[in-house]
Write a protein that binds this ligand. Structure first.
Ligand code: RBZ
Length: 186
């Protein structure tokens, strides 16, 4: 199945603030950014899936009237750190997390390993559907997790590639790919 992974456009958020599942608005120039995203897409999709967060939902509503939302496409849950300035989060807590961000849970939040489970569950269900080409409007870490599966990379290398707001990444996905990556937690 051809899956177009689309990252939402620029959110309205102060620099240096930790955010994931906070439901942010978009910057005022969103409509130009929507058109730029649209110009990167082929005309037709068999289906559209989106994160329920506004920064994805608004873009999706610009692209189509017919779509499904799925909570498993939401961004990383930063728990107690959501909307805090990174500088206001105790350095010792961040250091302990960054030492093994794949497996260490953020307080009242999640780890990349637990996030990977919900993301893989969504795409495992998706790839058995009778579609040839699908659009998935979602977030940075969701896209990075799928790319780790496609490229056979461990999750700890998920942040090596650049991924900007409004970026579109086309992948070929099937359930074999989603089961094959034994190096995921290496
Ligand atoms: C280890 C780690 C470090 C991160 N720094 C930022 N994010 C995540 O939070 C932000 C929200 O993403 P979006 O704008 O696509 O909704 C992004 O910077 C994303 O990478 C991180 C996630 C993890 C797991």
């Amino acid at each position: 199945m051809e899956v177009y992974l689309i990252r939402h456009t620029t959110p309205h958020i102060e620099k240096g603030v930790c955010y994931g599942q906070s439901d942010l608005d978009l910057v005022e120039t969103y409509i130009e950014e929507f058109k730029t995203v649209e110009s990167k897409l082929p005309g037709e999709f068999d289906a559209y899936y989106t994160s329920p967060l506004k920064r994805c939902l608004n873009l999706t509503k610009h692209l189509t009237e017919d779509f499904s939302t799925d909570h498993r496409l939401m961004e990383f849950n930063f728990g107690d750190w959501e909307m805090k300035k990174w500088d206001d989060i105790p350095k010792a807590h961040i250091d302990q997390w960054m030492k093994d961000f794949v497996n260490v849970m953020v307080p009242s939040g999640e780890s990349m390993a637990t996030m990977e489970e919900r993301v893989r569950a969504f795409f495992t269900e998706l790839v058995v559907k009778e579609y040839d080409r699908v659009a998935v409007i979602t977030h940075s870490v969701v896209i990075r997790i799928v790319l780790c599966h496609v490229e056979g990379l461990p999750l700890k290398r998920a942040f090596e590639r650049p991924l900007d707001y409004g970026d579109v990444v086309k992948v070929e996905l099937d359930d074999q790919i989603l089961r094959a990556n034994k190096k995921l937690n290496a």
